[in-house]
Design a protein around this ligand. Sequence first.
Ligand SMILES: [Fe+2]
Length: 357
Amino acid sequence: MTDFVPTPTLPAPDIVRCAYMEIVVTDLAKSREFYVGVLGLHVTEEDENTIYLRSLEEFIHHNLVLRQGPVAAVAAFAYRVKSPAEVDAAEAYYRELGCRTERRPKGFTKGIGDSVRVEDPLGFPYEFFYETEHVERLTQRYDLYSAGELVRLDHFNQVTPDVPRGRRYLEDLGFRVSEDIQDSDGVTYAAWLHRKQTVHDTALTGGDGPRMHHVAFATHEKHNIIQICDKMGALRISDRIERGPGRHGVSNAFYLYILDPDGHRIEIYTQDYYTGDPDNPTVTWDVHDNQRRDWWGNPVVPSWYTEASLVLDLDGKPQPVTARTDASEMAVTVGADGFSYTRQDGEDKGFKVGAQL
Ligand SMILES: [Fe+2]
């Protein structure tokens, strides 16, 4: 890990999209019950230590790897690149940045070909691959379609103490910012960055890091998310519903945050918007706008700001966590009662029916 991000001279690897996350879980059977039994992800392959899962519309081998291990943590944020040559480009790019890299031959991770895994400048384990085993896309297997079906991997969310530095690193890497949250002093609290033509492939949330805030799967519709809530209630695991359901201000997506048996946070997400034009405008939200995180103004529980998963280095050891020194979003917007302030003192925007606020 370095304190700053040097300016690269080599071309960045051409990233297509976020493709899968590998997470370490402490009780594989319990995690299987959660991800397969409750959420209905589809098992591509499994053995006694590892389960490879995919969403309904996926045609690559997996979107999520669950690996049994001693400490709950994230082992990889994996991105698919545009061609085999881009794996070489990724390795050269990170070496130039002074990062540790590890080339992995076909089969090191089941279903994945030649790949490179790196400890990136922010301390996250990133992976880049092109070659992958194709599997059956289950899109029209309506016989398998559940009421809360997860259809695609949508994005990652990473906690880092220095969001502007992280944003510069990811923009150098070829990501574009769709939305961010700032205050009037220019402090940036969060940023959403994309390669595919949605609001994001990953987001940066300001806080103690490097840590993984959440991994998000998409559903087709809002009602699929409501069904997941109803199902978790029926299974008497409503204590694993952390936040939502609700509508985000940022991204406009309908959302739900739930916790797996190790406390890894999963977002269920639907209905964000197209961002593919080169001049797609960046939306900036004021940190005091109480509709930024929830369009309906509902409070964000403090745990959502403070809790996150450890990430691993390439030896499989947890990365040390560095405290954020800039003001945290929770500190500036959440009161002692745990409820977000709706507006700054003295501010009253009022409303008019039908008006553009
Ligand atoms: Fe998210």
